[in-house]
Design a protein around this ligand. Structure first.
Ligand code: UDP
Length: 418
């Protein structure tokens, strides 16, 4: 390939439009990630076209930010479709993208795909356009399956096979953490030379410490101890553990407590999980102290994080865990399991507590330590904000840009991934 600057990226997000509000259904951390990286790349002078499967009746191109377009491609029914049948429309999706690019006389310098189905589409595009293919997994089927919550459904073989294919054929595989790097190397036997770790970021102009009393007043909360969960409602997130720990805390703390749960149902079992959690809260006798807020606009979340004394993350597995990073950016301690990026984000015993144990009593003990000691909370909060300051989308985008440039310059990915 010739020496030239990377100017234009095709980003593939087949199953989940970046225009959907994160917090329920298929829209979550990946949505926030794709938007934020595209905007930060645009600030570096790059143009990004984000291709997604069209789900609305009148698919139209939307400019998300100067230099960032979301382009819906008709492939299958114009509406949501079950995960199991999504793969069958990938060939139409690929053909639609190629037609769009031809009609606009565009060529792309790189193709970057997010989640395995997009990876399958991007393999075809990268081959047709003879450009490098970069793939980000966001979650891995084998990791999910080896950490399944009780009663949760395993990821199907078709996904595991699709992931294997993408891992073999993509030029570079992005890991969000060194743990994900190892999972790709050990569980998927990915070629080490293809693996590169790039951490996600956080928007600290949105997520920053603020006036806790004002935040609480705007949410109808007073001076009780406030625990917060932010994320989609699905078994994987292990919110039942947080509820059980909260019920022990409720009787152990001298002050009144509230547990605020922000987010909506996601995936096939999402609605069932939400009902199960509401029933569990009633069974534990804490229903009046638990507020299920439903999904909230991303821009409103700083108020929730600022209002909380602690954020809980009890997931069985995570790729990274943006909610924990956003909480820390708002100066809020996190109590959680050491999944995904949590061990990078949280300093155990200094900005929060991390515990392998899923024992509600142990969890409640850590929460009690934090919620009954205002001085400790303040010191954890200050450390939390410091920890979050190490992450920014501008840095993430800069690293991607460097990677893209290297890939376009070199014939082999190896020099670009070390
Ligand atoms: N989120 C949101 N509104 C909600 C719930 C969540 O905007 O009601 C956002 C949250 O701010 C975070 C993302 O959804 O950026 C969740 O990302 P995380 O990595 O924690 O979990 P994932 O969705 O990737 O499983």
């Amino acid at each position: 390939m010739s020496m030239r600057d990377v100017e234009r990226a095709a980003v593939i997000v087949y199953h989940s439009s970046p225009l959907h509000e994160p917090g329920s259904g298929d829209a979550g951390g990946m949505t926030v990630y794709v938007r934020a990286v595209a905007v930060a790349l645009a600030n570096l002078g790059m143009t990004t076209d984000i291709f997604t499967r069209a789900t609305s009746e009148i698919p139209r191109v939307v400019e998300l930010y100067p230099g960032v377009r979301v382009i819906p491609i008709e492939a299958g029914p114009l509406g949501p479709i079950a995960k199991e049948v999504q793969r069958r429309h990938i060939p139409e999706f690929v053909a639609g993208i190629r037609t769009f690019a031809m009609s606009e006389h565009h060529s792309y310098d790189v193709v970057h795909s997010h989640y395995w189905q997009s990876g399958v589409a991007a393999m075809e595009l990268a081959r047709a356009w003879d450009v490098p293919h970069i793939h980000s997994h966001h979650t891995l089927g084998r990791v999910k399956n080896s950490n399944l919550a009780e009663g949760d459904f395993p990821e199907p073989q078709s996904r595991l096979d699709g992931e294997d294919d993408v891992i073999r054929k993509a030029d570079v595989l992005i890991a969000s953490t060194d743990d994900e790097w190892r999972q790709l190397a050990c569980l998927y036997l990915a070629d080490h030379d293809k693996l590169k770790t790039i951490h996600p970021g956080v928007d600290r102009s949105l997520f920053h410490p603020g006036d806790q009393a004002a935040a609480r007043a705007s949410l109808g909360l007073g001076d009780e101890a406030v625990l917060l969960y932010v994320g989609r409602i699905q078994k994987l997130k292990g919110i039942d553990l947080a509820l059980r720990a909260f019920s022990e805390l409720d009787s152990a703390l001298e002050k009144d407590v509230r547990f605020v749960i922000v987010g909506g149902a996601s995936g096939a079992g999402g609605e069932g999980e939400l009902t199960r959690l509401q029933d569990l809260a009633a069974e534990l006798g804490i229903a009046s102290k638990v507020r299920f807020e439903g999904p909230q606009p991303h821009e409103n979340l700083p108020t929730y994080y600022q209002a909380a004394d602690a954020v809980v993350v009890c997931s069985h597995s995570e790729s990274f865990g943006l909610a924990a990073l956003e909480a820390h950016a708002c100066g809020t301690p996190v109590v959680g399991t050491p999944v995904g990026g949590l061990s990078y984000i949280v300093a155990d015993g200094a900005s929060g507590f991390l515990s392998e144990s899923r024992d509600p009593t142990e969890f409640a003990g850590r929460l009690k330590t934090l919620l009954s000691d205002a001085e400790l909370r303040a010191s954890f909060g200050a450390r939390a904000a410091e920890r979050a300051a190490r992450f920014s989308w501008a840095t993430t985008a800069y690293e991607f840009h460097e990677l893209y440039e290297c890939l376009v310059r070199e014939d082999l990915p190896q020099p670009c991934t070390c």
